[in-house]
Design a protein around this ligand. Structure first.
Ligand SMILES: *Cc1c(COP(=O)(O)O)cnc(C)c1O
Length: 402
């Protein structure tokens, strides 16, 4: 596949096995190559592989780092993010912990935007603090506070955009300037964009992390993470740490991710189109006080989304003026939207975000924090949008009707 082809074209062809004079007939779909170890046809070949690995190259030498199925999935992540090296992990959180454990040592400090995915704080409180690593959380738009939080020990700036609860867009270019000025490694969680609709490495990030669990897999049947790195040196650092930590994923999971990613562009378009229609519907409801979805023109950060993103997806939140009981009644009355965490699968999901769930977020309004407004997060799936809107309407009538 030529790099000049469109990404969508490359996503259909990356990872297919060779079909040439030596292999005159080949499977179209990439197989899952399961193995715990590999064999070498000579000792010389084994030694060549060892030396390539010592130079930081991806050379297949043992089952833990995988064979062709893993290598092809890594190539797909590199094509999506335009990175230099990719490392797979058994979940998105695994990819985050692999990255931070690779980059931070005792006495180091990290600055995080305060909208980061909740388990990042668990990693901080459970492991990083115990290792003598400190973190400070700051609003991602408050550049003065961000710079003020940086100390001589600060090594990493960690950010997520848009946040997965209030969907606030951050300005990665501005944040990367701050990181460069203070010689910090700029790490971002790009699960929302999954490399298709948002490419942070092109906006100045050094490392982009994707939970493949979400849109890459796309079918709610896979846990997977990827760390995509810009720069060979930084790549070698993650490589050594991944090896030492023993992170590994099953070939079957890599296979499911490859299978899922082929249809990601078309799925994402449909999620995005459905979500915009749901936003329009929600805006017509009396109880709606805010809609959080950067592709929606009334969103506060729509201009930034237009500048930095190539598309959108099915994730949105809505704030209703009403009581906790009304929010709970609304969620329970939905029939098509399943009650559940996560997003990125084919199905529509709903979650009531309790005030304590966004207490840490500087972007949350006072009314959301005090519980005067209720935050409902929706993942708009691939069902007929008319059915989704009808479901939302009947639940709204039950919970908020006169
Ligand atoms: C789901 C999610 C993760 C974690 O992925 P898992 O595979 O569930 O561990 C990380 N970041 C964001 C933004 C997510 O939504």
């Amino acid at each position: 596949m030529k790099k000049s082809h469109h990404l969508v074209t490359r996503l259909q062809h990356l990872g297919t096995l060779p079909c040439d004079a030596e292999h005159p007939v080949a499977a179209v779909a990439t197989p899952s190559i399961r193995t715990s170890t590999v064999r070498f046809h000579s000792l010389e070949q084994l030694e060549r592989t060892e030396s390539l690995r010592a130079q930081g190259e991806r050379a297949m030498s043992y089952g833990r780092m995988g064979l062709q199925t893993h290598a092809e999935l890594e190539q797909i992540f590199l094509a999506l993010e335009n990175g230099d090296r990719c490392f797979l992990a058994s979940s998105g959180v695994g990819a985050i912990s692999m990255t931070l454990l690779s980059l931070l040592s005792q006495g180091d400090h990290m600055v995080c935007t305060d909208n980061v995915y909740g388990p990042v704080r668990s990693l901080d409180e459970t492991i990083l603090q115990r290792m003598g690593i400190r973190s400070t959380y700051v609003g991602g738009h408050d550049y003065a506070a961000l710079e003020a939080a940086i100390t001589p020990d600060t090594k990493v700036l960690y950010a997520e955009s848009p946040g997965s609860l209030l969907l606030e867009m951050l300005d990665f270019r501005a944040l990367s300037e701050i990181a460069k000025k203070h010689k910090l490694i700029f790490v971002v969680d790009n699960t929302w964009g999954s490399g298709l609709i948002y490419t942070p490495l092109e906006l100045g990030a050094d490392i982009s992390i994707i939970a493949g669990t979400k849109y890459i897999g796309g079918h709610s049947d896979l846990m997977l993470g990827a760390v995509v790195v810009k720069g060979v040196e930084l790549g070698a650092r993650i490589d050594r740490n991944q090896y030492a930590l023993g992170y590994s994923i099953s070939a079957d999971d890599a296979w499911l991710a490859i299978r899922g990613v082929r249809t990601m562009p078309i799925r994402m378009q449909q999620h995005a189109a459905n979500a915009l229609k749901v936003c329009e519907f929600l805006s017509s409801l009396d109880a709606t006080v805010a809609i959080y979805h950067p592709a929606y023109p009334a969103d506060k950060h729509h201009a930034l989304w237009q500048r930095d993103c190539k598309g959108s997806n099915g994730l949105l939140s809505v704030a209703f003026k009403g009581s906790r009981e009304q929010a709970r009644a609304f969620v329970d009355a939905l029939a098509i939207f399943y009650i559940g965490y996560s997003w990125g699968g084919f199905e529509s999901l709903v979650q009531w975000v309790r005030p304590q769930g966004i207490a840490h977020h500087s972007y949350a309004s006072e009314a959301l924090r005090t519980g005067e407004h209720q935050l409902i997060r929706l993942h708009v799936g691939l069902e007929a949008v008319e059915d989704l809107i009808a479901d939302l309407q009947q639940a709204y009538d039950k919970a908020f009707g006169a």
